[in-house]
Design a protein around this ligand. Structure first.
Ligand code: ADP
Length: 484
Protein backbone atom coordinates (compact mmCIF):
# COMPACT_ATOMS: atom_id res chain seq x y z
CA UNK A 1 0.00 0.00 0.00
CA UNK A 2 1.17 3.52 -0.79
CA UNK A 3 -0.20 6.42 1.27
CA UNK A 4 0.16 10.07 0.32
CA UNK A 5 -0.35 12.53 3.20
CA UNK A 6 -1.20 16.12 2.23
CA UNK A 7 -0.50 18.81 4.81
CA UNK A 8 0.07 22.54 5.10
CA UNK A 9 2.69 22.06 7.88
CA UNK A 10 5.40 19.49 8.42
CA UNK A 11 7.82 19.37 11.33
CA UNK A 12 10.73 20.20 11.27
CA UNK A 13 10.34 22.21 8.05
CA UNK A 14 7.31 24.31 8.97
CA UNK A 15 5.18 24.47 12.09
CA UNK A 16 2.55 26.55 13.80
CA UNK A 17 1.06 23.76 15.91
CA UNK A 18 0.34 20.09 16.47
CA UNK A 19 -0.55 19.35 12.83
CA UNK A 20 3.12 19.65 11.88
CA UNK A 21 4.21 17.24 14.61
CA UNK A 22 1.47 14.75 13.88
CA UNK A 23 1.97 14.40 10.13
CA UNK A 24 5.73 14.19 10.52
CA UNK A 25 5.56 11.50 13.19
CA UNK A 26 2.73 9.55 11.55
CA UNK A 27 4.53 9.44 8.20
CA UNK A 28 7.69 8.11 9.84
CA UNK A 29 5.77 5.53 11.88
CA UNK A 30 3.84 4.34 8.81
CA UNK A 31 7.06 4.05 6.82
CA UNK A 32 8.52 2.13 9.76
CA UNK A 33 5.70 -0.38 9.44
CA UNK A 34 6.72 -0.99 5.83
CA UNK A 35 4.10 1.04 4.01
CA UNK A 36 5.18 3.15 1.09
CA UNK A 37 4.68 6.74 2.33
CA UNK A 38 4.82 10.12 0.60
CA UNK A 39 4.03 13.52 2.05
CA UNK A 40 3.23 16.69 0.13
CA UNK A 41 3.52 20.15 1.67
CA UNK A 42 4.39 23.69 0.52
CA UNK A 43 7.95 24.90 0.18
CA UNK A 44 7.74 27.92 2.45
CA UNK A 45 10.33 30.69 2.77
CA UNK A 46 13.78 29.61 3.89
CA UNK A 47 13.03 25.87 3.93
CA UNK A 48 15.32 24.89 1.05
CA UNK A 49 18.18 26.87 2.60
CA UNK A 50 17.64 25.42 6.08
CA UNK A 51 17.34 21.86 4.71
CA UNK A 52 19.91 21.35 1.97
CA UNK A 53 18.76 17.73 1.53
CA UNK A 54 15.64 19.09 -0.21
CA UNK A 55 16.37 18.87 -3.94
CA UNK A 56 14.67 20.72 -6.76
CA UNK A 57 13.26 18.36 -9.40
CA UNK A 58 12.59 19.04 -13.07
CA UNK A 59 8.87 18.32 -12.49
CA UNK A 60 7.10 21.60 -13.18
CA UNK A 61 3.45 22.41 -12.70
CA UNK A 62 1.01 24.75 -14.41
CA UNK A 63 -2.26 24.74 -12.53
CA UNK A 64 -5.37 26.64 -13.67
CA UNK A 65 -6.72 28.79 -10.85
CA UNK A 66 -9.78 30.83 -11.79
CA UNK A 67 -8.88 32.69 -14.97
CA UNK A 68 -5.13 32.30 -14.57
CA UNK A 69 -2.51 29.61 -14.83
CA UNK A 70 -0.18 29.33 -11.82
CA UNK A 71 3.19 27.72 -12.26
CA UNK A 72 5.14 25.77 -9.70
CA UNK A 73 7.71 23.08 -9.24
CA UNK A 74 8.16 19.98 -7.11
CA UNK A 75 11.12 19.61 -4.78
CA UNK A 76 11.83 16.35 -3.06
CA UNK A 77 13.65 14.70 -0.20
CA UNK A 78 13.94 10.95 0.10
CA UNK A 79 14.26 10.09 3.78
CA UNK A 80 14.39 6.33 3.35
CA UNK A 81 13.56 3.84 0.58
CA UNK A 82 9.87 4.02 1.49
CA UNK A 83 9.49 7.60 2.79
CA UNK A 84 9.55 10.61 0.45
CA UNK A 85 8.68 14.22 1.22
CA UNK A 86 7.50 16.37 -1.68
CA UNK A 87 7.57 20.16 -1.45
CA UNK A 88 5.60 22.41 -3.76
CA UNK A 89 7.37 25.57 -4.79
CA UNK A 90 5.21 28.52 -5.76
CA UNK A 91 7.08 31.64 -4.74
CA UNK A 92 4.10 33.99 -5.06
CA UNK A 93 2.05 31.86 -2.66
CA UNK A 94 4.56 30.35 -0.28
CA UNK A 95 7.71 32.50 -0.19
CA UNK A 96 6.28 34.75 2.51
CA UNK A 97 7.12 35.57 6.14
CA UNK A 98 4.11 33.63 7.49
CA UNK A 99 2.40 30.32 6.85
CA UNK A 100 -1.24 31.45 7.10
CA UNK A 101 -1.01 34.95 8.54
CA UNK A 102 1.14 38.04 8.80
CA UNK A 103 0.80 40.61 11.59
CA UNK A 104 -2.09 38.51 12.97
CA UNK A 105 -4.10 38.80 9.71
CA UNK A 106 -4.94 35.92 7.39
CA UNK A 107 -3.47 36.18 3.92
CA UNK A 108 -6.26 37.41 1.66
CA UNK A 109 -5.51 34.71 -0.93
CA UNK A 110 -5.49 31.70 1.41
CA UNK A 111 -8.23 30.02 -0.64
CA UNK A 112 -6.11 30.21 -3.80
CA UNK A 113 -2.93 29.16 -1.97
CA UNK A 114 -4.42 25.97 -0.58
CA UNK A 115 -6.45 25.06 -3.66
CA UNK A 116 -3.11 25.24 -5.44
CA UNK A 117 -1.58 22.88 -2.88
CA UNK A 118 -4.56 20.52 -3.22
CA UNK A 119 -4.36 20.47 -7.01
CA UNK A 120 -0.62 19.84 -6.80
CA UNK A 121 -1.26 16.89 -4.46
CA UNK A 122 -3.64 15.38 -7.02
CA UNK A 123 -1.15 15.86 -9.87
CA UNK A 124 1.45 14.09 -7.76
CA UNK A 125 -0.98 11.29 -6.91
CA UNK A 126 -1.97 10.84 -10.53
CA UNK A 127 1.44 10.88 -12.12
CA UNK A 128 3.76 9.20 -9.64
CA UNK A 129 5.10 5.98 -11.14
CA UNK A 130 3.80 4.15 -8.08
CA UNK A 131 0.51 5.97 -7.46
CA UNK A 132 -0.88 6.14 -3.92
CA UNK A 133 -3.81 3.93 -2.99
CA UNK A 134 -4.84 6.27 -0.17
CA UNK A 135 -4.67 10.06 -0.01
CA UNK A 136 -4.80 11.21 3.60
CA UNK A 137 -5.79 14.89 3.93
CA UNK A 138 -5.31 17.02 7.03
CA UNK A 139 -7.44 20.00 8.06
CA UNK A 140 -9.21 22.57 5.91
CA UNK A 141 -6.16 23.47 3.84
CA UNK A 142 -6.42 20.11 2.05
CA UNK A 143 -10.19 19.71 2.49
CA UNK A 144 -10.93 20.25 -1.21
CA UNK A 145 -8.82 17.26 -2.28
CA UNK A 146 -11.56 14.60 -2.04
CA UNK A 147 -14.05 16.53 -4.18
CA UNK A 148 -11.35 17.46 -6.70
CA UNK A 149 -10.41 13.76 -6.90
CA UNK A 150 -14.03 12.76 -7.53
CA UNK A 151 -14.32 15.32 -10.27
CA UNK A 152 -11.12 14.08 -11.89
CA UNK A 153 -12.49 10.56 -11.81
CA UNK A 154 -15.82 11.38 -13.39
CA UNK A 155 -14.85 14.11 -15.82
CA UNK A 156 -11.14 13.98 -16.44
CA UNK A 157 -10.66 10.30 -17.10
CA UNK A 158 -8.74 9.37 -13.96
CA UNK A 159 -9.69 5.70 -13.80
CA UNK A 160 -8.56 4.97 -10.27
CA UNK A 161 -7.95 7.91 -7.97
CA UNK A 162 -6.85 7.05 -4.42
CA UNK A 163 -9.35 6.52 -1.63
CA UNK A 164 -9.51 9.59 0.62
CA UNK A 165 -9.25 9.94 4.39
CA UNK A 166 -9.74 13.31 6.06
CA UNK A 167 -8.39 14.09 9.53
CA UNK A 168 -9.78 16.91 11.66
CA UNK A 169 -7.04 18.44 13.79
CA UNK A 170 -9.22 21.34 14.88
CA UNK A 171 -12.88 21.73 13.92
CA UNK A 172 -12.81 25.43 14.80
CA UNK A 173 -10.62 26.30 11.80
CA UNK A 174 -12.80 25.69 8.77
CA UNK A 175 -11.38 27.68 5.86
CA UNK A 176 -14.55 29.62 5.13
CA UNK A 177 -14.39 31.88 2.06
CA UNK A 178 -16.82 33.93 -0.04
CA UNK A 179 -18.87 31.81 -2.44
CA UNK A 180 -17.07 33.45 -5.38
CA UNK A 181 -13.88 31.61 -4.43
CA UNK A 182 -15.52 28.43 -5.78
CA UNK A 183 -14.40 29.68 -9.21
CA UNK A 184 -10.79 29.00 -8.17
CA UNK A 185 -11.45 25.27 -7.89
CA UNK A 186 -12.35 24.80 -11.54
CA UNK A 187 -15.28 22.66 -10.40
CA UNK A 188 -18.73 23.10 -12.01
CA UNK A 189 -20.88 25.64 -10.20
CA UNK A 190 -23.61 23.05 -9.56
CA UNK A 191 -21.11 21.01 -7.52
CA UNK A 192 -21.32 23.69 -4.82
CA UNK A 193 -24.31 22.81 -2.66
CA UNK A 194 -25.24 21.98 0.92
CA UNK A 195 -24.09 18.37 0.55
CA UNK A 196 -20.62 19.44 -0.61
CA UNK A 197 -18.87 22.64 0.51
CA UNK A 198 -21.65 25.22 0.82
CA UNK A 199 -22.10 26.40 4.40
CA UNK A 200 -24.02 29.56 5.28
CA UNK A 201 -23.64 30.74 1.70
CA UNK A 202 -19.88 30.47 1.80
CA UNK A 203 -17.40 27.91 0.56
CA UNK A 204 -16.23 25.89 3.53
CA UNK A 205 -13.11 23.81 2.81
CA UNK A 206 -13.41 21.74 5.98
CA UNK A 207 -17.00 20.85 5.17
CA UNK A 208 -15.89 19.79 1.68
CA UNK A 209 -13.51 17.31 3.29
CA UNK A 210 -16.13 16.07 5.75
CA UNK A 211 -18.77 15.50 3.08
CA UNK A 212 -16.56 13.99 0.39
CA UNK A 213 -13.85 11.89 2.04
CA UNK A 214 -14.41 8.14 2.34
CA UNK A 215 -13.42 8.15 6.00
CA UNK A 216 -13.08 10.87 8.62
CA UNK A 217 -10.85 10.74 11.66
CA UNK A 218 -9.99 13.09 14.43
CA UNK A 219 -7.07 13.02 16.80
CA UNK A 220 -8.61 11.52 19.94
CA UNK A 221 -11.54 9.19 20.66
CA UNK A 222 -13.05 11.65 23.15
CA UNK A 223 -12.97 14.58 20.70
CA UNK A 224 -14.60 12.28 18.11
CA UNK A 225 -17.54 11.95 20.51
CA UNK A 226 -17.56 15.62 21.60
CA UNK A 227 -17.80 17.02 18.06
CA UNK A 228 -21.14 15.29 17.61
CA UNK A 229 -22.62 17.80 20.09
CA UNK A 230 -23.58 21.44 19.50
CA UNK A 231 -21.16 22.52 22.25
CA UNK A 232 -18.10 21.25 20.36
CA UNK A 233 -19.45 20.79 16.84
CA UNK A 234 -18.70 24.33 15.57
CA UNK A 235 -21.88 24.25 13.48
CA UNK A 236 -20.92 20.96 11.79
CA UNK A 237 -22.22 18.51 14.44
CA UNK A 238 -25.33 17.72 12.36
CA UNK A 239 -23.21 16.77 9.37
CA UNK A 240 -20.84 14.75 11.55
CA UNK A 241 -23.78 12.88 13.06
CA UNK A 242 -24.84 11.92 9.54
CA UNK A 243 -21.35 10.57 8.92
CA UNK A 244 -21.14 8.88 12.31
CA UNK A 245 -20.33 5.46 10.79
CA UNK A 246 -17.35 6.85 8.91
CA UNK A 247 -15.92 8.86 11.84
CA UNK A 248 -13.31 7.57 14.28
CA UNK A 249 -10.90 9.03 16.81
CA UNK A 250 -7.26 7.93 16.94
CA UNK A 251 -5.14 9.50 19.66
CA UNK A 252 -1.95 11.18 18.47
CA UNK A 253 1.32 9.71 19.61
CA UNK A 254 4.67 11.24 20.47
CA UNK A 255 7.78 11.15 18.36
CA UNK A 256 10.04 9.80 21.10
CA UNK A 257 13.11 10.36 18.94
CA UNK A 258 12.46 14.09 19.05
CA UNK A 259 11.13 14.01 22.64
CA UNK A 260 13.77 11.86 24.28
CA UNK A 261 14.78 13.44 27.60
CA UNK A 262 17.93 11.32 27.76
CA UNK A 263 19.41 12.54 24.49
CA UNK A 264 17.58 15.79 23.64
CA UNK A 265 20.19 18.15 22.12
CA UNK A 266 18.20 21.19 23.30
CA UNK A 267 18.76 20.28 26.98
CA UNK A 268 21.74 21.17 29.17
CA UNK A 269 21.54 17.73 30.75
CA UNK A 270 19.80 14.45 29.96
CA UNK A 271 17.56 12.60 32.41
CA UNK A 272 15.16 9.70 32.66
CA UNK A 273 12.39 8.33 34.88
CA UNK A 274 15.03 6.37 36.77
CA UNK A 275 17.51 9.20 37.20
CA UNK A 276 16.07 12.66 37.73
CA UNK A 277 19.33 14.42 38.63
CA UNK A 278 19.55 15.80 35.11
CA UNK A 279 16.03 17.22 35.42
CA UNK A 280 17.13 19.22 38.46
CA UNK A 281 19.95 20.66 36.34
CA UNK A 282 17.50 21.47 33.55
CA UNK A 283 15.29 23.31 36.05
CA UNK A 284 18.19 25.36 37.41
CA UNK A 285 19.39 26.20 33.90
CA UNK A 286 15.88 27.19 32.83
CA UNK A 287 15.47 29.45 35.85
CA UNK A 288 18.76 31.14 34.96
CA UNK A 289 17.83 31.41 31.27
CA UNK A 290 14.49 33.02 32.10
CA UNK A 291 15.88 35.31 34.79
CA UNK A 292 13.94 33.61 37.59
CA UNK A 293 15.61 32.98 40.96
CA UNK A 294 17.46 29.67 40.85
CA UNK A 295 15.65 27.64 43.49
CA UNK A 296 15.06 23.89 43.48
CA UNK A 297 12.51 24.15 46.31
CA UNK A 298 9.97 26.33 44.56
CA UNK A 299 7.61 24.55 42.13
CA UNK A 300 7.87 25.74 38.54
CA UNK A 301 4.67 25.77 36.45
CA UNK A 302 4.74 26.24 32.68
CA UNK A 303 2.64 26.73 29.60
CA UNK A 304 3.66 26.73 25.93
CA UNK A 305 0.91 27.56 23.48
CA UNK A 306 -1.00 29.76 21.14
CA UNK A 307 -2.41 32.51 23.35
CA UNK A 308 -6.13 32.17 22.70
CA UNK A 309 -9.43 31.42 24.33
CA UNK A 310 -9.20 27.80 23.11
CA UNK A 311 -6.05 27.24 25.15
CA UNK A 312 -7.48 28.91 28.27
CA UNK A 313 -4.72 31.54 28.28
CA UNK A 314 -6.87 34.07 30.13
CA UNK A 315 -7.66 31.49 32.82
CA UNK A 316 -3.95 30.95 33.35
CA UNK A 317 -3.38 34.69 33.61
CA UNK A 318 -6.14 35.13 36.20
CA UNK A 319 -5.00 32.12 38.18
CA UNK A 320 -1.36 33.18 38.31
CA UNK A 321 -2.37 36.70 39.38
CA UNK A 322 -4.69 35.36 42.09
CA UNK A 323 -2.07 32.98 43.47
CA UNK A 324 0.57 35.71 43.56
CA UNK A 325 -1.91 37.95 45.40
CA UNK A 326 -2.55 35.10 47.84
CA UNK A 327 1.18 34.96 48.58
CA UNK A 328 1.69 31.42 47.26
CA UNK A 329 5.25 30.38 46.61
CA UNK A 330 5.73 29.22 43.01
CA UNK A 331 7.19 30.26 39.68
CA UNK A 332 5.54 30.35 36.27
CA UNK A 333 7.12 30.29 32.80
CA UNK A 334 5.19 31.07 29.64
CA UNK A 335 6.21 30.64 26.01
CA UNK A 336 3.59 31.65 23.49
CA UNK A 337 2.22 34.02 20.96
CA UNK A 338 -1.23 34.92 19.75
CA UNK A 339 -3.77 37.53 20.78
CA UNK A 340 -2.05 40.85 21.36
CA UNK A 341 -3.94 41.64 24.58
CA UNK A 342 -2.84 38.34 26.10
CA UNK A 343 0.75 38.75 24.95
CA UNK A 344 0.81 42.19 26.60
CA UNK A 345 -0.89 40.99 29.78
CA UNK A 346 1.61 38.15 30.30
CA UNK A 347 4.47 40.55 29.49
CA UNK A 348 3.16 43.04 32.09
CA UNK A 349 2.79 40.33 34.71
CA UNK A 350 6.39 39.20 34.15
CA UNK A 351 7.58 42.79 34.51
CA UNK A 352 5.67 43.33 37.72
CA UNK A 353 6.69 40.03 39.30
CA UNK A 354 10.10 39.15 37.83
CA UNK A 355 10.86 36.75 40.69
CA UNK A 356 7.80 34.66 39.98
CA UNK A 357 6.81 35.05 36.34
CA UNK A 358 8.78 34.82 33.09
CA UNK A 359 7.09 35.35 29.73
CA UNK A 360 8.69 34.74 26.36
CA UNK A 361 6.50 35.94 23.51
CA UNK A 362 7.35 34.14 20.28
CA UNK A 363 7.71 30.70 18.75
CA UNK A 364 10.82 28.82 19.85
CA UNK A 365 10.88 25.00 19.56
CA UNK A 366 14.23 24.56 21.35
CA UNK A 367 13.06 26.67 24.31
CA UNK A 368 9.84 24.63 24.41
CA UNK A 369 11.95 21.52 25.02
CA UNK A 370 13.92 23.25 27.79
CA UNK A 371 10.72 24.42 29.44
CA UNK A 372 9.18 20.94 29.42
CA UNK A 373 12.41 19.57 30.91
CA UNK A 374 12.73 22.26 33.58
CA UNK A 375 9.10 22.52 34.67
CA UNK A 376 7.52 20.65 37.57
CA UNK A 377 3.92 21.17 36.41
CA UNK A 378 2.36 21.99 33.07
CA UNK A 379 -0.92 23.95 32.73
CA UNK A 380 -3.38 23.06 29.97
CA UNK A 381 -6.83 24.47 30.80
CA UNK A 382 -8.18 24.23 27.24
CA UNK A 383 -11.77 25.07 26.38
CA UNK A 384 -11.52 22.28 23.81
CA UNK A 385 -8.53 20.21 22.78
CA UNK A 386 -8.74 17.83 19.79
CA UNK A 387 -5.74 15.90 21.11
CA UNK A 388 -3.12 18.22 22.57
CA UNK A 389 0.53 17.33 22.38
CA UNK A 390 2.12 19.32 25.15
CA UNK A 391 0.50 17.22 27.88
CA UNK A 392 2.09 14.17 26.22
CA UNK A 393 5.49 15.86 26.04
CA UNK A 394 5.06 16.99 29.65
CA UNK A 395 4.31 13.47 30.81
CA UNK A 396 7.51 12.16 29.25
CA UNK A 397 9.61 15.10 30.53
CA UNK A 398 8.35 14.86 34.10
CA UNK A 399 6.26 18.06 34.13
CA UNK A 400 3.04 16.84 35.75
CA UNK A 401 0.12 18.01 33.56
CA UNK A 402 -2.79 19.92 35.05
CA UNK A 403 -5.51 19.69 32.44
CA UNK A 404 -9.15 20.39 31.81
CA UNK A 405 -10.91 17.07 31.18
CA UNK A 406 -11.76 17.67 27.53
CA UNK A 407 -10.89 16.11 24.17
CA UNK A 408 -7.56 14.31 24.07
CA UNK A 409 -6.62 15.66 27.51
CA UNK A 410 -9.35 13.45 28.96
CA UNK A 411 -7.98 10.46 27.05
CA UNK A 412 -4.33 10.91 27.96
CA UNK A 413 -4.13 12.04 31.60
CA UNK A 414 -5.21 9.99 34.64
CA UNK A 415 -6.32 11.81 37.79
CA UNK A 416 -5.69 10.22 41.22
CA UNK A 417 -9.44 10.31 41.91
CA UNK A 418 -10.00 7.99 38.95
CA UNK A 419 -7.06 5.69 39.54
CA UNK A 420 -4.60 6.47 42.33
CA UNK A 421 -2.18 3.70 41.37
CA UNK A 422 -1.87 4.82 37.78
CA UNK A 423 -2.37 8.58 38.21
CA UNK A 424 -0.31 10.80 35.90
CA UNK A 425 -1.75 14.29 36.42
CA UNK A 426 -4.45 16.54 37.82
CA UNK A 427 -7.77 17.05 36.04
CA UNK A 428 -10.57 19.55 36.48
CA UNK A 429 -13.87 19.94 34.66
CA UNK A 430 -15.23 23.48 34.54
CA UNK A 431 -13.70 26.00 32.15
CA UNK A 432 -13.11 28.72 34.74
CA UNK A 433 -10.23 30.41 36.54
CA UNK A 434 -11.69 29.23 39.86
CA UNK A 435 -11.54 25.59 38.77
CA UNK A 436 -8.00 25.97 37.43
CA UNK A 437 -6.95 27.72 40.62
CA UNK A 438 -8.29 24.84 42.70
CA UNK A 439 -6.33 22.40 40.55
CA UNK A 440 -3.14 24.44 40.96
CA UNK A 441 -3.67 24.49 44.73
CA UNK A 442 -3.84 20.69 44.59
CA UNK A 443 -0.53 20.73 42.75
CA UNK A 444 0.99 22.97 45.43
CA UNK A 445 -0.21 20.49 48.05
CA UNK A 446 1.25 17.62 46.02
CA UNK A 447 4.58 19.47 45.90
CA UNK A 448 4.75 19.09 49.67
CA UNK A 449 4.28 15.30 49.42
CA UNK A 450 7.47 14.16 47.64
CA UNK A 451 6.59 10.46 47.63
CA UNK A 452 3.20 11.09 45.99
CA UNK A 453 4.69 13.59 43.60
CA UNK A 454 7.36 11.11 42.56
CA UNK A 455 4.76 8.36 42.10
CA UNK A 456 2.66 10.49 39.75
CA UNK A 457 5.67 11.86 37.90
CA UNK A 458 7.12 8.39 37.43
CA UNK A 459 3.81 7.05 36.08
CA UNK A 460 3.71 9.88 33.55
CA UNK A 461 7.33 9.52 32.49
CA UNK A 462 6.93 5.80 31.85
CA UNK A 463 3.52 6.00 30.13
CA UNK A 464 3.75 4.95 26.51
CA UNK A 465 2.24 7.18 23.82
CA UNK A 466 4.50 5.96 21.03
CA UNK A 467 3.25 6.17 17.47
CA UNK A 468 3.60 2.48 16.57
CA UNK A 469 0.25 1.50 18.10
CA UNK A 470 -1.57 4.53 16.71
CA UNK A 471 -0.05 4.10 13.25
CA UNK A 472 -1.39 0.53 13.21
CA UNK A 473 -4.89 1.98 13.70
CA UNK A 474 -4.39 4.22 10.66
CA UNK A 475 -3.16 1.21 8.65
CA UNK A 476 -6.36 -0.70 9.55
CA UNK A 477 -8.41 2.30 8.50
CA UNK A 478 -6.55 2.63 5.19
CA UNK A 479 -7.12 -1.08 4.57
CA UNK A 480 -10.81 -0.75 5.32
CA UNK A 481 -11.31 2.19 2.92
CA UNK A 482 -9.43 0.30 0.23
CA UNK A 483 -11.81 -2.66 0.63
CA UNK A 484 -14.89 -0.46 0.09
P1 ADP B 1 -2.35 23.25 18.66
O1 ADP B 1 -1.97 22.48 17.45
O2 ADP B 1 -3.82 23.37 18.89
O3 ADP B 1 -1.69 24.60 18.72
P2 ADP B 1 -1.04 21.10 20.17
O4 ADP B 1 -0.84 20.91 21.63
O5 ADP B 1 -1.67 19.99 19.42
O6 ADP B 1 -1.83 22.48 19.96
O7 ADP B 1 0.37 21.35 19.50
C1 ADP B 1 1.07 22.54 19.66
C2 ADP B 1 2.51 22.30 19.22
O8 ADP B 1 3.11 23.56 18.96
C3 ADP B 1 3.33 21.65 20.30
O9 ADP B 1 4.39 20.94 19.72
C4 ADP B 1 3.88 22.88 21.06
O10 ADP B 1 5.04 22.61 21.78
C5 ADP B 1 4.14 23.80 19.91
N1 ADP B 1 4.11 25.21 20.29
C6 ADP B 1 3.02 25.99 20.53
N2 ADP B 1 3.38 27.25 20.80
C7 ADP B 1 4.73 27.27 20.74
C8 ADP B 1 5.71 28.30 20.90
N3 ADP B 1 5.35 29.55 21.21
N4 ADP B 1 7.01 27.98 20.74
C9 ADP B 1 7.36 26.70 20.42
N5 ADP B 1 6.50 25.70 20.25
C10 ADP B 1 5.20 25.98 20.39
Amino acid sequence: MHVLLATSELNPYSKTGGLADMVSALSRALAGSNLQVSVITPLYRGMAQAHPAIEATSWRLAIPLGDGLVEGRFHCQKLSPNLTFWFVEQAGFFDRPGIYTEANRDYADNAARFIFLSRAALILARHLPNPPTVLHCHDWQTGMIPILARHAQWHAGWAQPPQTVFTIHNLAFQGSFPAASWGLTGLPSDWLHLESALHFERVNFLKAGLTQAQAITTVSPNYAREILTPEYGCGLDGLLLKRYNDLSGILNGVDYEEWNSASDPALPSGFSAHDLSGKAMCKAALQRELGLPEDAEVPLFANISRLTDQKGSALILQTIRALIDAGESFQFALLGSGERALENAFGDLAQRFPNQVAARIGFDPALSHRIEAGADFYLMPSRFEPCGLNQLYSLRYGAIPIVRATGGLQDSVIDPRDNAAQATGIKFTTYSAAALQKAVLKALALWKEPAWLQHIRHNGMTADFSWEKQAAEYVSLYESVCRE
